[in-house]
Design a protein around this ligand. Sequence first.
Ligand SMILES: Cc1ncc(COP(=O)(O)O)c(C=O)c1O
Length: 465
Amino acid sequence: MPADRIASHPSGPPAGPLEGPAAAPLTEAEVGAVRAQFPALSRQHDGRPYVYLDGPGGTQVPRRTIDAMADYLGRCNANHEGAFPTSEESDAMLADVHAAAADYVGAADAGEVVFGQNMTTLTFALSRAIGRTLKAGDEIVVTRLDHDANVAPWLALEEERGIRMRWVGIHEEDCTLDLDGLERSLGPRTRLVAVGLASNAVGTLNPIRQIVEMAHAAGALTYVDAVHAAPHVPLDVAALGTDFLVCSPYKFFGPHLGLLYGRRDLLQNLTAYKVRPATNEPPGKWETGTPPAESLAGLLATFGYLESLGEMSGGSGGSVVGASGPGGAGAPTTRRARLGAAMAVIGATERGLARRALRALGDVPGLRLRGVVDPNRLAERVPTFAFTLAGHSPREVATELGRRGIAVWDGDYYAYELIRALGLAESGGMVRVGFVHYNTAAEIDRLVEALGEIALRKSAGTGHA
Ligand SMILES: Cc1ncc(COP(=O)(O)O)c(C=O)c1O
């Protein structure tokens, strides 16, 4: 397909909010009921509950997801398009999970949802296909805030096809994107803007609708990485107007999978690398080989879990995404509405955790937080915090926390450009703690108490102070 065809954007300006409706946070009892559904959360460490603050690397899954995977394998494990009942049942489940995922991202058409091994693999596949339509001298915009999975696949086109990369930097003081720089990087040769919805390192939420509008005004496509945002904010490809959006179910309480939304005409017209007998229709043409069916059965159950969370919130989120019960007071009546209600209650719960974490981390001697740290700007971030602790390398801090049964990440977590832009690559990056709706205030207190102890100790001297 020629480049001018992929660069045209047929729809009008995006409408509707990305933000969820107002919702009340989960009560302590509700958090307890939520936690009881996640078997991993009952793990103990030295007689105390294990603390999972490694959510940005992958969240835990509810019991129903585990059961659905086992049930699939025990009951209807079959390859697709067979003329026998287990294959038919398996195919019906595959159709269901595409429809549920379309509801989850806000797509009208289940054929616009493609599943794959993970976001990185899907992005390499799409970037190869898009690259075939580009000419030397065409430009792609990438950012220094993004995970490398939304950078390296595009960078490969520089070497292979002479595509020019235009880089967007950050404001170091709060790790927000330099939007003026983005404006300057757009031009008549811009073909695509690759940008994240939320930073997996410092939690910054980008003004993504504005960025999509800017890209479209320049005639470019948008490829939005929503991997880090997905467990925290509602996704709405229609409201965003984005051409592509990718996320990873294992970051939002599901199995290890990748999920790509692509505009129907693009998925239809781009050339996929596929075997000859496979369908030419999306999504099948992009889902190469035999699907990871048991994981997709698990994901369907994860959507069910989120819907149950939406129902638990009594329909307070119904208005953003669809019909709710009479007068908005009852349970939301569509899957999209229940998912929207779930994300609203998740957002409200997480804001409470973020406020507490910001305050408490600020009191740890020698701790330097990066990113948006103003408690009045919580709408600009998700509750993922990255910091350094004076006198201790990030690995040393993570190891000490790990010894205490508190799981956190250290290093660059593939936010490769950001860690370099902040000058932290040589000193081991940063410690990263991430909260999701099943985390608790008590866990924040445990973290901060442990950090306080570590801060007071002399460094064991790993070389990265
Ligand atoms: C923001 C972001 N983008 C992309 C990825 C890569 O996702 P996957 O592991 O599904 O390839 C990650 C993984 O950590 C991420 O956090």
